[in-house]
Design a protein around this ligand. Structure first.
Ligand SMILES: [Zn+2]
Ligand SMILES: [Zn+2]
Length: 150
């Protein structure tokens, strides 16, 4: 395969060509633990398909349902693995604050460990920083009505 996927570490993880233990896999997304956790539980959910950043998402039913699915998988994993937690955070770093150029949803079950890490996951306004998954979904919601699920 040519293109970004051959060198992208997250593409390699998504195709199971690394030793990273996957917490969830399906045809659209995979999930695994953040290598450098910032909270009691800290998972990443990534699309199998290489999408660089939130800026590459379009207002299409495909992209909308992909992000929605990433969020659902993250919620399911944290509710399973951190049922005692009362606070969760789900979101994306916007360029240039993103670490890896392959879209990844940060799924955090709080508290932050160590506590100062929370600054990395705070919304810094519309232009930068961290965007919560719900906000991103609002931004890419297709203007035409969603096709109804069968
Ligand atoms: Zn990739
Ligand atoms: Zn990140």
């Amino acid at each position: 395969m040519t293109g970004p996927s051959s060198t992208c570490i997250f593409c390699q993880i998504a195709t199971s060509s690394t030793s990273t233990q996957l917490l969830h896999t399906d045809e659209k997304v995979v999930a695994f633990q953040d290598i450098n956790p910032s909270a009691f539980r800290h998972y990443l959910v990534i699309p199998v398909k290489h999408i660089a950043t939130v800026r590459d998402l379009q207002k299409t039913p495909e992209d909308y349902s992909l992000v929605n699915h990433m969020l659902k998988v993250g919620q399911m994993l944290l509710h399973r693995d951190a049922p005692q937690c009362l606070q969760f955070r789900f979101g994306f770093h916007q360029p240039p604050f993103n670490s890896v150029n392959h879209l990844h949803l940060h799924c955090l079950a709080l508290p932050f460990i160590p506590r100062w890490k929370h600054v990395k996951y705070m919304p810094l306004g519309p232009l930068g920083g961290f965007i919560e998954a719900e906000k991103l979904l609002e931004r890419i919601r297709p203007s035409s009505p969603m096709p109804s699920k069968v």
